[in-house]
Design a binder for this molecule. Sequence first.
Ligand code: SF4
Length: 435
Amino acid sequence: MPTAIEFFKLLPKTNCKDCGQPTCLAFAMLLANQKAKIDDCPHVSQSSKSALEASAAPPIRSVAVGKGKEIRMGGETVLYRHERRFINPVAYAITVSDTCNIPERIAEIKKLSFERVGMIFDIDAVSIKCDSGDADAYAKAVGDAMRIWDRPFVLECDAAVIEKALSAASPRRPLIYHADPGNIDKMTELAKRYSCPLALRSDSMEELADLAEKAKAAGIDDIVLETGASNLKDCIERHTVARRSAIKKKFKPFGYPLMNRVGSGEYAVAMAAMSTMKYGSLVIFDDLKSYEALPLFTLRQNIYTDPQVPIQVKPGLYPIGDPDEHSPIFFTTNFSLTYFTVRADIEKSKVPVWLQIVDTEGLSVLTAYSAGKFSAEHVTKALNDSGVLAKSGGVVVIPGLVARMSSKLNDMLNRKVIVGTTESRDIPKFLRNLK
Ligand code: SF4
């Protein structure tokens, strides 16, 4: 990724502000931090644009699997999350054999769904595996799965049986898994003809690089690499070698997303955890239980959270229970952990409440207050914008940590304002005693 100065050299340097930034340098800094697109400057020349786009291409190619509901893999620019952030979360896929009852199997897979801090996590893809060895049976199984699974999928079979299924499935852009030294010519020819991404597999890193060069020379751009690692040590070593070579040494054959096929059981979960932490973009399981999926989803959420952006909920008015025109009005920040803690404690009280969430850019109560993002003015605006003051004549309750804004808020709202609890856990008792 070019530096801000490298971007700046290719910009018009007129400081016209048409991009919404005060100067070209400010815009260049946003480009370097991937917070703006080159198209946001309408005056950049085509030659500069081409140069910028080429130099701004991530060292790990961004590869899409699926159409409509797609998985995007790769697009990564850094070795460590704290350097900037990781871009595209690892996807988890589960195997569907062409010899099984497809509707039952897919129904089971769809049940693996969890909600955590306001986000829904479920299985991203299925890998349709040819166990029958029969091209017609495999094509039928793929067709059956496509009718009830609208997310991405992997076609997992050898070159001898894939074509019939691929010709029908290619509009959905499945990942072809896999090409190896024995079938690389046939698989690249199919991937090119049907415009689908192709997974390459080898136990040898040298051979894997050769396969990537061969596929690229054959016209395949969307490649996924499997290093053949079957234990934790090989997984971390091979993934680190591949990612370090691509990002630090600009070694193009390893500039693609990485994947693993991990089987099932607890060692498979450990392998998936390693892949999640160390550069994996796709993990295919033979099977995955709900108690195995939950820790992986949680780990993934942590690894792929932008360290510069706190997890947030949408600002707005959240009725809890069935509040009416007499119900109290609480407010707090849109930092997710604050919201979910306060909400849970209000629910425990069984007292209906209007909960106003103020946009503090994800900062918690005291941090937002200290940063000037959670003032009486911000709260008044949020309460007015949501219309809650017209819905309820109840008291407005201030979080105890920012009691000092009470008199100003009282004046601005012309409404009874009281100071609530300092700790969220004391809310149920506070609400039950509220007259
Ligand atoms: S629109 Fe382009 S030329 Fe104008 S200030 Fe922004 S970057 Fe500079």
